[in-house]
Design a protein around this ligand. Structure first.
Ligand SMILES: [Zn+2]
Ligand SMILES: [Zn+2]
Length: 309
């Protein structure tokens, strides 16, 4: 069992996360230029050509700026829902992209990864978070969200690794030298998650199965890495969840790499075994077929192809 996770970078100026099994490597979002993404992948020993697919959470440019370059003329498969694709219509080069269209709530497969998209509240066309599974290992990636919903809690609860937004310190944002309408947008239920709310969410869903949390999308002006770390570590400590490693992601450098190690006390192995059974049951209902053209990887029937190139 192994799923590698590395946040190649995260902030309001770019977001991109690598999730990879031994045979399938995908990016969640593509917020850096093609060249910068490949450079950052190189820092952790991954070749740009190894990336088989990109899954988009939403259309905002800090998640999609490098999409056209990374698409490499169709050698990388693109996955998004129809709202996100609609939100990208006006971008230069968007008419050259072919899509695999998923529906939030319907899982699909990319190679040997199972991807479960689910809706999150954010001011975009149809924003989602993802849970990505491989042989019983679960990784949750949710950045831009204005509030925590019951669905988000439920989806992230059994994850072994999380990439989760910890955008701002509420006091720093309140006192920031920013226009009121911008502050209000960030504070809103469709904006971004504060350190305090991220900490509450992580502490609430943490269990023996949770190994690592990457804090993401930290604001330059309205947050400090030490505040985000302290909020989450304090909340975890209060719940006795001191085994969880809390790591930062950054705007300008790659995060640590989590290698998916799930060794641990017996209760963890029980969790792992339960998830494996669950995943096998799940796999039965996502029949896999080959793609026509584009990247040569299997995708699920829950995905619709839209070729426009
Ligand atoms: Zn963003
Ligand atoms: Zn956004």
């Amino acid at each position: 069992m192994s799923l590698r996770v590395c946040v190649l970078g995260s902030s309001s100026s770019g977001n991109c996360t690598l999730v990879a099994s031994p045979s399938t490597a995908i990016l969640v979002d593509a917020g850096f230029s093609g060249r910068e993404t490949v450079r950052r992948l190189g820092e952790i020993g991954v070749a740009g050509e190894a990336i088989q697919a990109i899954c988009l959470t939403h259309e905002h440019s800090d998640h999609t700026a490098g999409l056209t370059a990374l698409y490499r003329g169709g050698r990388v498969a693109l996955f998004a829902n129809s709202g996100t694709i609609q939100g990208l219509e006006a971008r230069p080069g968007a008419d050259k992209l072919s899509w695999n269209i998923f529906t939030p709530g319907s899982p699909f497969a990319i190679g040997d990864l199972r991807v479960e998209p689910f809706s999150v509240p954010h001011d975009a066309y149809d924003p989602v978070g993802f849970v990505i599974l491989h042989e019983g290992c679960r990784v949750g990636v949710v950045t831009d969200m204005g509030m925590v919903t019951g669905l988000i809690r439920e989806r992230l609860r059994a994850c072994n690794a999380l990439v989760i937004e910890s955008n701002h310190d509420e006091l720093l944002l309140k006192n920031a030298d920013r226009p009121w309408h911008l502050k209000q947008r960030i504070f809103s239920r469709q904006g971004h998650l504060s350190n305090e709310h991220a900490a509450d969410l992580i502490a609430e869903i943490a269990g023996p199965h949770l190994r690592v949390v990457f804090l993401a999308h930290l604001s330059d002006q309205c947050n400090r890495p030490e505040l985000a770390l302290a909020a989450v570590n304090d909340a975890l400590r209060k719940r006795g969840m001191t085994h969880v490693a809390v790591k930062l992601s950054a705007k300008d450098r790659v995060s640590d790499v989590w290698d998916g190690a799930l060794e641990g006390p017996p209760e963890d192995q029980e969790v792992g075994a339960g998830q494996k059974g669950h995943q096998q049951a799940g796999q039965a209902d996502i029949p896999v077929r080959g793609t026509e053209g584009g990247a040569e990887i299997p995708v699920a029937d829950h995905v619709t192809k839209m070729d426009r190139a």
